[in-house]
Design a binder for this molecule. Structure first.
Ligand code: FMN
Ligand code: 173
Length: 398
């Protein structure tokens, strides 16, 4: 449409969907494919989004909503609002200074960042960029078959000032991502994974690891490549168990909390709590691991009901609106995380782009709260949600 005197056009993206559309035009095909893809038929990615549209808000009105307080506390640290950034690999491929820009944005907006084991910036540089040990960031951990190597990494991130380890429990092997198999992801030579101790002097001459992992078409080949990946600490040891692994991690650190990321059932949530986890992240890895699992908001309900407030419950997967955050909190989550939305912001304009994405989510959450009659996070109740009734016409309150 042509501009007229009466129209003011502002080209700044106003929604996460607009950031995504712009990121698609800015990123190289192989990078876009890597970040956007899920596993196999991508049913669970779709389900993550659809579940939000099925949840219907039941707003309360005529309450004094002059002041809206979105502050959220985790492990004694107050964050400005309950949306942090999930760990994702190779952020320098997306733009700017990668993890450093994401870190600057997270502290700039007083929220949580979880740094990936497979980061392209060192855990020390990320804390420095965030303004030092007050950052209250967490580190995502893949536990290596070589436990000594993992023990050294844990000591290193503890010394750097991380407050918690988020142990990813949904990745004993890599999910079957078809796009990644078709379009090779290349980590260009100057990029490296500085949190990994690399014992292979020839590694820079070899193709990127996810590609190798996914290309294997027979068991022998697959075993060989998975073994090489695990040896480097890029993937979890597949033998990890509740009984052995959580106590082992706990023994390696005296200051950091232990969080498990990737729980999707009440049964595992109970094992996590009984095994001494300090928090749970309900996650299906952004639909990149097992395809065919439920959406994370569906799983959130059973996890919250099983945990009964004993530890904080976080959730990620498909969150692209402040109203999605509102729905997660109403179901009982203590905090939300976004993976891809932060990356779309990073692709748009480095630190500033990530801050814009966080600002959109904060403004949308705040407005949803005001329009629903919730002045603070405690007032966001499950009864503010409903679903379409199957047995008649109307909304069934949750
Ligand atoms: C490109 C990409 C890389 C990821 N890398 C990791 C990782 O290294 N470790 C991990 O625990 N989760 C990883 N995840 C999963 C995210 O932490 C998170 O669970 C997921 O992205 C949330 O869904 P969303 O992207 O829909 O917000 C990755 C996700 C994406 C999209
Ligand atoms: O791509 C991912 O989702 C992921 O978790 C991962 C696993 C191994 C290497 C790099 C990223």
């Amino acid at each position: 449409m042509a501009k007229t005197d009466l129209e003011v056009h502002d080209d700044k993206p106003l929604t996460i969907a607009e950031f995504e559309a712009i990121a698609k035009t800015k990123l190289k095909q192989q990078v876009w494919d890597y970040y956007v893809s899920g596993a196999e038929d991508q049913i669970s990615i779709q389900r993550n989004r659809e579940a939000f549209t099925r949840l219907i808000i039941r707003p309360r009105v005529f309450r004094d909503v002059t002041k809206i307080d979105t502050a959220a506390t985790l492990f004694g640290k107050e964050y400005a609002f309950p949306v942090g950034i999930s760990p994702s690999a190779y952020q320098k491929l997306v733009g700017g200074d990668g993890e450093l820009d994401v870190a600057r944005a997270a502290t700039g907006r007083k929220t949580l960042m979880i740094l990936s084991t497979n980061a392209t910036c060192s855990c020390e540089d990320v804390i420095d960029a965030a303004g030092g040990p007050d950052a209250h960031f967490w580190f995502q951990l893949y536990v290596s078959q070589n436990r000594e190597k993992s023990a050294r990494l844990i000591r290193r991130v503890e010394a750097a000032g991380y407050k918690a380890l988020a142990v990813t429990v949904d990745t004993p092997v890599l999910g079957n991502r078809i796009n990644e198999r078709k379009t090779q992801l290349i980590l260009p030579a100057p990029l490296s994974l500085p949190n990994m101790e690399d014992t292979d002097p020839d590694r820079s001459k070899k193709p990127s690891l996810n590609r190798e992992l996914l290309q294997a078409t027979n068991r022998q080949e697959a075993d060989r490549v998975q073994e090489a990946a695990r040896e480097r600490g890029l993937l979890n040891d597949p033998s990890l168990t509740w009984n052995e692994t959580i106590p082992w991690i706990r023994k390696q650190t005296s200051t950091m909390k232990v969080v498990v990321k990737g729980v999707m059932t009440a049964e595992d949530a109970l094992l996590a709590v009984e095994g001494g986890a300090d928090a749970i992240v309900v996650s299906n890895h952004g639909g990149r691991q097992l395809d065919g699992v439920s959406s994370t908001v569906e799983a959130l309900v059973e996890v919250v009901d099983a945990v009964k407030g004993r530890v904080p419950v976080l959730v990620d997967g498909g969150i692209t609106r402040g109203s999605d955050v509102f729905k997660c909190l109403a179901l009982g989550a203590d905090f939300c995380l976004v993976g891809r939305p932060a990356l779309w912001g990073l692709a748009y304009d480095g630190r500033r782009g990530v801050e814009m994405v966080l600002d959109i989510l904060e403004r949308e959450l705040s407005r949803t709260m005001a329009l629903s009659g919730a002045r603070n996070l405690q007032e966001i109740q499950r009864g503010m949600l409903g679903v379409e009734r199957r047995d008649g016409f109307g909304i069934a309150k949750l």
